[in-house]
Every structure is written in C-alpha cells, then in structure tokens.
Design a protein around this ligand. Structure first.
Ligand code: FES
Length: 325
C-alpha cells in the first residue's frame, strides 16, 4: 500500500495501481501538448477532469471516477494546482538496482555501432536513445570540463531526497571514463526532451536566464551549479528541476525530489562499442500491464506501455533547443 502524508500524519490511501495511474496522469497534465486547463476545471468541475482523463490517459471507468473524485475531496482542494503539491509527497517504490534488462547495442541510423571515442565532448545537441522500452528516452553524454576536455566521472553515492535512500552511481565509461547515461524523463512530472536537456559549460551562464524557451535556466540552477562546483547541468525547463550529471544525476534544485535513474552502460574497449545494460535508481520504469511494475522488470517489457527495444537501440538527435548552436 502506498502512503500519503497529510500534515504530520501518514495515511495509507493508495494501492500501487492508483499510484502509477496518478503518476501517468500528472506527467500528461504537465505535458505542453496535453496541458491541463485549471481554469476550465474550476469552471466545469469533475466533468472536465473526467473528460480530460478519458481523452488523454484512458481507462476512466466508474471506479476511476470515484477514485479521482475521492482524491480531490480527500486532499481538500478544488483546483489541480492544489492537487499537485499534495501528491508530491507520495512515497515512491524502493530504490533498486535493476539489472535484468536485455543488453542493447547503441547504433546509429544506419545500424552501425556508435564509436564511444567519437562522441563529442560537451555537445549541446540532445543525444538520446530509447531503453529499455520504446518511448523511454535516455541521455547519452560525454562530459567535459570548462575547456572542453573529457573528464573522468568517478563512482559516487546518490541520495534520493524524497526518502533518504542511497545507491551507488557506477561512474563514466569509455576511453576517458567520461560517458554517462541517464533517463531523459524528468522525475518531477515526466517532461521529456527538448524540455529537459543537457547544458554544457558554456551554456551555464546568466545569458541563459533570458533565453527563449525551451532553453532557459533558472537563477536557482545557476547558483546550485556554482555551489556544487559543476560546470554543466541537466535542467528541466518545465518547472526548473536541475540534475548534476557528474554525480549520478543527483538533484541540485527542485521541484524534483528524485534523481534521474542511471542507465548502466558497458564499453567494449576492443571494439569501442557501447551497450545499455540496465537501470539504477527509483524503480518506476518500466510499467507493467496495469501501470504497476512487476518484481521482475523483464516481465513488463512487452506491456502496452511500450515494447522492448531488443538487442539494438538507435541513438538519435531529435531536436536541439539551443538557438545559438
Ligand atoms: S517535469 Fe517539472 S521540473 Fe521537470
């Protein structure tokens, strides 16, 4: 049973299926393409909410209607702006190391393996691949210092602010131990690239404060980068969550309360090829047939939430948010 904190009291009110339904709903609400209209909700009430869920998330049967209605009433709010802070304190599933995903070779659009030594250092271009399911993007980053030299990324301990749980980020791979990979799904409300992306060192500056969307840093992100002494960031332009790519995508600024899950890479030094092996972090992906992860994540790989990418996955550069590059 998932618990929710209301004030000082912790109440068991959600079963896992409802928890994952709500997570999916919140991601959808914050997606610019399916953005939830709070004003319409205040005006039309439950009907707007039910229609919205039916159209954008699906599965709105009588039980789901009751659940949503109960949730709104239970939290004591009448607007979605009030629902979201209440849901932020939901206790997530345990942090776990997931190693049972298929081993997947990273290839380019012609099917040739990506050469690790050719990945540009500090590239501002979004470089992603889907793993372990189709539709689940992951960053592929070659990290460098302010002068553009690759830097060795050592193993580090990552703490999940929401729960205090810890896990070990294994560090970078490749010829300079500088290549890292993380889920590109923001752990706040699920924004994906181009709204969440990598800011190389020469983009972590005050000029980004007034850059056109979606490549705008926040003042808090700049201050956090300075205080953590990291030259580059992963930043989500939806609501300002900032992650430290040198230390396991640990959050530097909220509203996220969870790191980006690490996608474990293996580098074959004899071929220079890269493979995705699995994930480490808060275990919310992949989702099972009912939106609930199975204990064995490989059992979810054929679910309606996506299909397994299999033994090869294509690295793409779908969109570049930086107008100046
Ligand atoms: S989805 Fe809210 S900060 Fe990323």
């Amino acid at each position: 049973m998932i618990k929710i904190k209301l004030g000082k009291n912790e109440k068991p009110i959600l079963n896992p299926e409802d928890f994952y339904f709500i997570q999916k709903l919140l991601r959808t609400m914050r997606n610019p393409k399916t953005k939830f209209n709070s004003k319409e909700f205040v005006k039309k009430g439950d009907d707007y909410l039910f229609n919205y869920v039916d159209k954008n998330v699906g599965g709105i049967d009588e039980g789901r209607r009751k659940f949503l209605k109960g949730l709104v009433i239970g939290i004591g709010v009448v607007t979605v702006a009030g629902i979201i802070p209440g849901l932020k304190v939901l206790v997530p599933p345990n942090v776990s190391a997931v190693s049972a995903f298929p081993k997947s070779l990273l290839v380019d659009s012609s099917g040739s393996p990506i050469a690790a030594s050719k990945i540009p250092v500090n590239s501002p271009i979004i470089t992603i691949y889907e793993y372990p399911l189709t539709g689940e993007p992951n960053f592929l980053l070659n990290l460098g210092d302010s002068s553009g030299n690759p830097v060795k990324v050592p193993a580090s301990t990552v703490t999940v602010p929401q729960t205090g749980d810890k896990y070990t980020f294994p560090g970078g791979v490749g010829p300079n131990n500088s290549i890292v990979s993380y889920s590109a799904i923001c752990q706040h409300l699920g924004c994906k690239p181009p709204y969440i992306h990598f800011y190389p060192p020469n983009y972590v500056n005050s000029a980004q404060l007034s850059a056109p969307e979606p490549d705008t840093l926040t003042a808090q992100a700049l201050a956090a980068a300075k205080s953590a002494n990291v030259p580059a960031l992963i930043h989500c332009d939806c609501h300002g969550s900032t992650y430290d790519p040198y230390h396991g995508a640990q959050p530097l600024t909220g509203p996220t309360v969870r790191p980006l899950p690490t996608t474990v890479l293996e580098w074959d030094s004899s071929t220079d090829y890269l493979y995705a092996l699995g994930s480490i972090g808060v275990a919310i992906y992949p989702e099972g047939a009912n939106g609930v992860p199975s204990k064995d994540p490989t059992a979810d790989l054929g679910s309606s939430f996506g299909s397994s990418v299999g033994d090869k996955t294509e690295v793409t550069q779908p969109e570049n948010p930086f107008t100046s590059s």
